[in-house]
Design a protein around this ligand. Structure first.
Ligand SMILES: O=C(O)CCC(=O)C(=O)O
Ligand SMILES: [Fe+2]
Length: 331
């Protein structure tokens, strides 16, 4: 490992980029442990981005042990080194409102401010199971008011802006994704290359709310519906009777639950519609909706048929988290 002697920022950048190549497997298979080594060397050489990546890897538990406490310490280190994203994340994660106000009113801060912001993050509150309200027993539909703060919602929406691609559906015959007129909204996947501590803590909170293991969460999707765009009635489970999904179910598991966080409310229409149940949901900013796609015996529940109705005016933004019954590969 290179020594931690003071080095040029070009060296720090090179070490950071080497870490990124190792993490994402640009030269072959991903090597997360080696990536952590490279990022540690880059951080020691002064790379803010390396510290921010290490914060993510500590949150995921990839290439090293999972630890929220380490993750936040590393986010603080990244903020001290000047990483703007880490600074903004700390400002919205902390419960210390005086610190948030200080960060908002000035752009330059000494390390003490970031230490205070980090000290004010209440991890237990993030991962404590929130209380839901049952909207339907069978299929099970549960709502969670104010699941996410407006600041977190804004952060998530910004993560999706500029990254939207046409949404896909899975072809039941081949199992392969393809575009289809039944789903016309935009989607932005937040994969390992793009995720951050706010996204990871939001997922940890979803795991707490659903009682389903964090490892079973798929890559989350940000969905954006412009007026008229929609996701017509569909099921989120994979139909075992459709030939194309046999491998999908055997290897990656069944999609047992769906968790939606409504990120804004300045649009009209756009409800999540359950025609078989006769219910429609539309949360305010930060409200969330859980529905369980399988019956208690694990079989797909056809009554979970649902649609994302088209907004008439304004854009609808949601974070959609599909959850499986098997741990997912991180990527
Ligand atoms: O946008 C909605 O209300 C529904 C989204 C949805 O069906 C999904 O993400 O699976
Ligand atoms: Fe769906």
């Amino acid at each position: 490992m290179p020594s931690a002697k003071p080095s040029t920022s070009a060296e720090a950048d090179d070490l950071y980029l080497a870490g990124l190549d190792l993490l994402l497997g640009m030269m072959g298979t991903p090597e997360p442990e080696q990536a952590v080594e490279a990022f540690r060397a880059a951080q020691a050489a002064g790379s803010p981005a390396a510290a921010a990546r290490l914060a993510v890897l500590a949150g995921v538990g990839l290439g090293r042990d999972q630890s929220w406490s380490d993750s936040l310490d590393l986010l603080e280190a990244a903020a001290v080194l000047g990483d703007r994203s880490a600074q903004r994340q700390l400002a919205l994660l902390t419960s210390d409102v005086a610190v948030t106000a200080r960060i908002r009113t000035s752009t330059t801060h000494g390390p003490a401010v970031w230490a205070k912001a980090r000290a004010g993050v209440d991890i237990d509150a993030w991962i404590r199971p929130p209380t839901g309200k049952v909207g339907s027993d069978a299929p099970r539909i549960v709502t969670f008011e104010r699941f996410a703060t407006p600041e977190v919602c804004r952060w998530l929406m910004r993560r999706g802006e500029g990254a939207m691609e046409p949404a896909m559906v899975n072809d039941p015959a081949t199992g392969q994704p393809r575009t289809d007129p039944m789903r016309t909204n935009g989607v932005a996947r937040i994969g390992l290359a793009d995720t951050d501590v706010v996204v990871l803590l939001t997922q940890a909170r979803i795991s707490a709310a659903t009682g389903l293991a964090n490892a079973c969460l798929e890559t989350p999707n940000l969905l954006c519906y412009a007026p008229g765009q929609q996701y017509r009635p569909h099921h989120d489970f994979f139909n075992p009777a459709a030939g194309g999904f046999a491998d999908e179910i055997a290897i990656l598991g069944q999609r047992v639950a769906t968790f939606l966080i409504y990120l804004n409310d300045d649009y009209t229409g756009g409800e999540t519609d359950f025609p078989s149940v006769g219910q429609r949901y539309r949360g305010g900013t930060g409200d969330a909706l859980l529905f369980v796609n399988v019956r208690p015996d694990g079989s797909p529940d056809p009554d979970t048929l649902h649609a994302g109705l088209p907004p008439a005016r304004g854009r609808k933004w949601v974070l959609s988290q599909w959850i499986r019954d098997k741990p997912q590969a991180i990527g």
